[in-house]
Design a protein around this ligand. Structure first.
Ligand code: FES
Ligand code: FES
Length: 176
């Protein structure tokens, strides 16, 4: 275990290293490749592909605005170096529904008015997708706990909780 942790640390790119590396990854279902500097983070990598859903706010892993699913796991895009996503599968809020339509979670957020400025919304939506994958019928406290790493400065929390419940109801009704 210690060896694995040490190895992972050693393999982590040094942000001060000016080396540019080519990385290949899957972005919302499309295979892509690009050259990245070692200091580049995931949010800035996504900007190069004209994706603005993941937003950098605190820049410290505290607010969830920059959430990206990497191999199905929610990561903070502000703290994740772009070179680390080489070979991975990335999903952003723009790629939640392969057909290009809104996902049921996105629609529920709109229907429940679960945002004001919308800056935090992509992060909440991605986390809600993750939650409903592991728990199709979460209790209110489970929703609050799961989303506790996401902050909404507009304090739209009551509407967000309602949107998660609505999305869960609709997904279960469709057998999803
Ligand atoms: S900007 Fe990444 S967690 Fe806040
Ligand atoms: S809707 Fe404005 S920060 Fe959440």
């Amino acid at each position: 275990m210690l060896f694995a942790l040490l190895k992972a640390k050693l393999e982590r790119p040094d942000p001060m290293d000016p080396t540019i590396r080519k990385i290949d990854f899957t972005l919302n279902g499309q295979k892509v490749s690009t050259d990245v500097e070692s200091h580049l983070n995931l949010v800035d990598l996504l900007r190069r592909f004209h994706l603005g859903g993941a937003r950098e706010s605190c820049g410290q892993g505290l607010c969830g605005c920059c959430t990206v699913l990497v191999d199905g796991v929610a990561l903070s895009g502000c703290l994740t170096l772009a070179q680390l996503v080489d070979g991975k599968n990335l999903t952003t809020v723009e790629g939640l529904d392969a057909s290009g339509d809104l996902s049921l979670v996105q629609q529920a957020f709109i229907d429940e008015g679960a945002f004001q400025c919308g800056f935090c919304t992509p992060g909440f939506i991605l986390m809600t997708h993750q939650l409903l994958e592991v728990n199709a019928d979460p209790e209110e406290q489970e929703i609050r706990d799961y989303l506790s790493g996401n902050l909404c400065r507009c304090a739209a929390y009551p509407e967000i909780i309602r949107a998660v419940k609505t999305a869960a109801d609709r997904m279960r009704a469709r057998g999803l």
